[in-house]
Design a protein. Structure first.
Length: 141
């Protein structure tokens, strides 16, 4: 009789647990929709020049980023780097140069966000080497 009583108690506990979970299972989600309009008046103009000219500007500006961070102008210089990079990418096919240089630009952006001037300097040095190789390819073509 004990085994039967224990089984009944276990089954009753399972049934109660299942019932409790089913009671919690139905959820009603009310969707609230709001409409808002945001007018953005800012326009970004890309720097003009050939890809080779822009790569030289990009490289030079990259070395200005770390001192600009110290002066509190890191975000502005990073925005200039982004504009230069966007102009370069628009002119070049996706190559190892574009991917490698883009990676260094991303590292610089993270360095600015995290206020790590040493990381920015390191990425600028790597970008310099990548730019030298890229310029050789751009001028040779």
């Amino acid at each position: 009789m004990r085994i039967r009583a224990r089984r009944i108690a276990v089954l009753a506990a399972i049934a109660a647990g299942t019932l409790a979970l089913q009671a919690c299972g139905e959820t009603t989600i009310v969707a609230v929709t709001t409409t808002s309009t945001t007018v953005v008046n800012a326009t970004t103009t890309l720097p003009a020049g050939t890809a080779a000219q822009l790569v030289v500007k990009l490289r030079d500006t990259a070395f200005l980023l770390s001192p600009a961070m110290i002066d509190g102008r890191g975000k502005q210089v990073m925005e200039e780097l982004d504009r230069l990079w966007d102009a370069i990418k628009a002119q070049l096919p996706r190559t190892t140069f574009v991917e490698s240089a883009g990676h260094q630009i991303d590292l610089m952006r993270v360095g600015v966000e995290r206020k790590r001037a040493a990381d920015v300097d390191k990425a600028a040095l790597h970008l310099d080497a990548i730019a030298d190789a890229g310029l050789a390819g751009l001028q040779g073509a």
